[in-house]
Write a protein that binds this ligand. Sequence first.
Ligand SMILES: NC(=O)c1ccc[n+]([C@@H]2O[C@H](COP(=O)([O-])OP(=O)(O)OC[C@H]3O[C@@H](n4cnc5c(N)ncnc54)[C@H](O)[C@@H]3O)[C@@H](O)[C@H]2O)c1
Length: 255
Amino acid sequence: MSTDTVPVVSSSPEDFRGRRAIVTGAASGIGAEITRGLLTRGAEVIGFDLNTDHIPDGAHRVGVDISSQRDVARACAEASGYGPIDTLFNNAGIGSTKNLIDCEPEEWDRVFAVNVRGIYLVCREIIPGMLERGVGVIVNTASVAGQIGLPERAAYCASKAAVVGLTKQIAVQWAKAGIRCNCVSPGTVDSPWVERLLNEASDPQAHREQLVARQPLGRLGTPNEVATAALYLASDAASFMTGTDLVIDGGITAA
Ligand SMILES: NC(=O)c1ccc[n+]([C@@H]2O[C@H](COP(=O)([O-])OP(=O)(O)OC[C@H]3O[C@@H](n4cnc5c(N)ncnc54)[C@H](O)[C@@H]3O)[C@@H](O)[C@H]2O)c1
């Protein structure tokens, strides 16, 4: 392919005008920030979430459990009713704070059902249209937990490593078909997710200080910092990037 036929989906880097994106987990934290960032840059956004109440204003809201094939088929049909989807952020995910002995099979399966099967199901509905049109961009939210072992995170670490693996496989599978697929791997990000984790701790303030202490940059990340990286990967500024795992972790994996 010559460089003048590079498949790009919008005319200038960082410009999402004319683009139509699905964001999963759009009601909270990183997904809500991705949604706001897309809307600000001119995209039409369809937000997927279990509970749609807090999906940012301006996005279409679709209630869906991404682990359910029937739900995902219905939600993607509704999303495609707005027009062709060229951009997909597979961001929804859930945690699990157990080692593998303490993690019951039901919890193990639920983590994989949302974090891995959810991506598979949504991609299965959306990629065929991208292939037909010869253009599409996918950004998955993995985690540093997919690269390094974290104590008491067995199912979570394994599921996020699977997200990185699936990202690379999709990238290679359809690189020549005009689809780019990358992932972001956040470190600890101050979202409602971490708030919930801290609230479960016996001493939330001490636990927060522990989390901050392991960060070379001396603070937690913000959902906006992760969203900015995800938007970059989805933008035409990243037109030569596919199969990349972009780490945004305040230096934790470098330490
Ligand atoms: N916050 C962190 O420190 C951190 C670090 C690394 C990776 N991540 C990843 O970032 C992503 C977003 O996390 P966040 O911090 O914004 O969390 P969050 O809990 O604030 O938001 C997650 C959203 O996903 C939705 N969701 C969960 N299960 C769903 C399902 N089955 N179907 C549809 N929607 C569902 C939730 O309702 C919620 O709105 C997750 O994949 C998470 O694993 C977060």
